[in-house]
Design a protein around this ligand. Structure first.
Ligand SMILES: CCCCCCCCCCCCC/C=C/[C@@H](O)[C@H](CO)NC(=O)CCCCCCCCCCCCCCC
Ligand SMILES: Nc1ncnc2c1ncn2[C@@H]1O[C@H](COP(=O)(O)OP(=O)(O)OP(=O)(O)O)[C@@H](O)[C@H]1O
Ligand SMILES: [Ca+2]
Length: 530
């Protein structure tokens, strides 16, 4: 007999039961969908088809044979059956505000052969999701945020990873920069991705470890500001357990551990801009979220010794910093990012699969190909602005976070190769407060005469007190000026602008104030931005 032609893979449709109700369950590989809908008993005609669920195959977390506990079988009417057959499907349930939950449903089959057929078909569909991680390296920071990193991982994330068949090697960090140092020695080929359970600082540590390791492996000196960093292929996932968690919040749309864990399981991926910061040819740090001088620098500095307050340390320090109301003099110069399509005030936030990012990074690559990486320091127009500033913030992404759901620059793009430079000039306390409060509302925080914002590819900053003398030369005059500056900050009664603030780089304080930032490269990460 001729084998019957079946469009491979065949569409599968059976009547299975979920908690004693009959459902028509359909697996449609062509449209990559699994759906099930309740079968009304004949008597009830024309009722709306309530209770029908459709799940894309890409959002199925796991499929496995349901273990049947003895008592359940005895209670069921399966007694006359030899052994009941059921399989459990876990899938993504989308809740409000980008929150995801893991839904679970168990289908009961009338005979074993059908159960095996379904398991086979669904597992085949899962095995086609090749971009899903199978082996992860997990760094847990027990110290950040509310110091709940370990519980968050063990209670909320590990069960999901094991359900999805992901093997995880877990490292609980014992000291600061443990994760970064560990990444220089670990064998990266073993892993499909690295997960950091912590806040932005933890992500920054893993980022530095990874980029540093990859540059070392490809013999690139990251001290050279115009060096083209080689691309990292491995992805980083974040399980939010910090105080601000702005990288996670700005990419996923919420800082919820289960949502992030589910994104990691599905292997979602989102490229990300990384900026490098140098001081006179010496590499200082990479930044992915906020590089802030003035207000945010002082907020961070004031918060470091109140870590025992947890996330509230920032509000406490923010309040004090706001009252002291310092402003800082200096010179900012930058090169606008010509290739980008959007602008910081176009009210087009970056969304998943953002075409602005794709288009801009394509144009950036063309530009780089033309001038093979020399373009970063071509002498074309630099804009220079001297002045007195409350805050100088360079953000590579929106910096959306629970404190400010839109972020510092709501339309900043995650992977467009540019950063948004926000200059807040000296203003009154009331005006500065109004500007701050706009961060928590839907209103435009740039709508002030003392606020300017530019989309740049790099920028430099030199504080005023550095301009008059070169820190290198040591003749006596400078020493006295430096001491004068020191005296100046010691006497709060003095009226001049306070000497210098410090740079807040992704939540870590930089020890240099004269810096040069350039938007370096696009990196890959595990998380999809929804
Ligand atoms: C009155 C309400 C004013 C609300 C103002 C809300 C502005 C919030 C802006 C959030 C910006 C977050 C940028 C994220 C940077 C991260 O890479 C970094 C590492 O995690 N986090 C911080 O540096 C931590 C930075 C945290 C900054 C918190 C600032 C809190 C300001 C509070 C000012 C209160 C003034 C009240 C006066 C009556
Ligand atoms: N075991 C540890 N002991 C002490 N410090 C650690 C340890 N592990 C990591 N750290 C350091 O703690 C710092 C803060 O961690 P993290 O950023 O995760 O929390 P957070 O600062 O509260 O969150 P956020 O950065 O989102 O505000 C990081 O810079 C990291 O280098
Ligand atoms: Ca950017």
């Amino acid at each position: 007999m001729q084998p019957e032609y079946l469009p491979f893979p065949a569409l599968l449709c059976s009547v299975l039961s979920i908690s004693r109700q009959h459902y028509e369950v359909t697996l449609d590989p062509g449209r990559a969908l699994l759906s099930w809908r309740k079968l009304r008993p004949r008597s009830v005609k024309g009722r709306t088809r309530a209770g029908s669920v459709t799940v894309p195959l890409t959002e199925i977390v796991s499929v496995e044979e349901a273990e049947i506990d003895g008592k359940y079988c005895n209670s069921m009417k399966w007694q006359h059956m030899c052994k009941p057959h059921a399989f459990t499907v876990r899938y993504i349930k989308r809740m409000k505000k980008h929150r995801w939950r893991c839904g679970e449903v168990t289908f009961w089959c009338s005979e074993e052969q059908m159960c095996c057929h379904w398991l086979q078909a669904l597992n085949d569909a899962l095995n086609q999701q090749t971009h899903r991680p199978k082996h992860l390296l997990v760094y847990i920071n027990p110290y950040g945020g509310c110091k709940k990193g370990k519980q968050i991982y063990e209670k909320k994330v590990a069960p999901l990873f094991s359900a999805a068949g992901i093997a995880a090697d877990v490292v609980v960090t014992e000291y600061a920069n443990h994760a970064r140092d560990n990444l220089y020695d670990v064998n990266l080929e073993k892993y499909d991705g690295i997960v950091c359970v912590g806040g932005d600082g933890m992500f920054s540590e893993v980022l530095h470890g990874l980029i540093g390791r990859v540059q070392k492996d490809s013999h690139i000196d990251h001290n050279n500001p115009s060096a083209c960093l080689s691309r990292c292929s491995i992805r980083i996932g974040i399980v939010p357990a910090g105080s601000t968690d702005c990288v996670c919040y700005a990419t996923v749309g919420i800082n919820d551990p289960v949502t992030s864990a589910l994104h990691i399981i599905l292997g979602d991926c989102q490229p990300l801009d990384v900026c490098s910061i140098h001081h006179k040819k010496n590499f200082l740090k990479y930044s992915v979220s906020l590089l802030g001088y003035g207000f945010y620098g002082d907020v961070l500095k004031g918060s470091e010794n109140n870590r025992w307050l947890g996330p509230a340390r920032y509000d406490f320090s923010g309040f004090k910093t706001f009252l002291t109301h310092h402003w800082y003099e200096g010179t900012v110069s930058f090169q606008p990012a010509k290739w980008v399509i959007g602008s910081p005030r176009d009210n087009k936030p970056c969304t998943s699969g953002c075409h602005v990012c794709r288009q801009s990074s394509k144009q950036l690559q063309e530009l780089q190909k033309e001038q093979n990486c020399r373009f970063e320091h071509s002498e074309e127009e630099w804009t220079t602005i001297k002045g007195k500033f409350m805050a100088i913030n360079a953000v590579s992404l929106s910096c959306a976070c629970p404190r400010s759901p839109k972020g510092l620059s709501p339309a900043a793009h995650l992977a467009d190769g540019s950063a948004d430079l926000i200059l807040v000039r000296k203003c009154s306390r009331l005006n500065f407060l109004r500007h701050l409060i706009r961060h928590t509302s839907k209103k435009d925080q740039f709508e002030f005469p003392f606020v300017e914002v530019y989309r740049v590819k790099n920028f430099q900053f030199t504080p005023k007190h550095f301009e008059e003398y070169d820190t290198e030369s040591t003749d006596i005059g400078n020493v006295s000026k430096k001491n004068f500056a020191q005296i100046c900050t010691d006497h709060p009664s003095c009226v001049c602008s306070h000497v210098n603030s410090s740079w807040n780089c992704d939540g870590e304080t930089l020890d240099q104030t004269a810096i040069e930032m350039s938007d370096k490269k696009v990196k890959r990460r595990l998380l999809l931005m929804t």
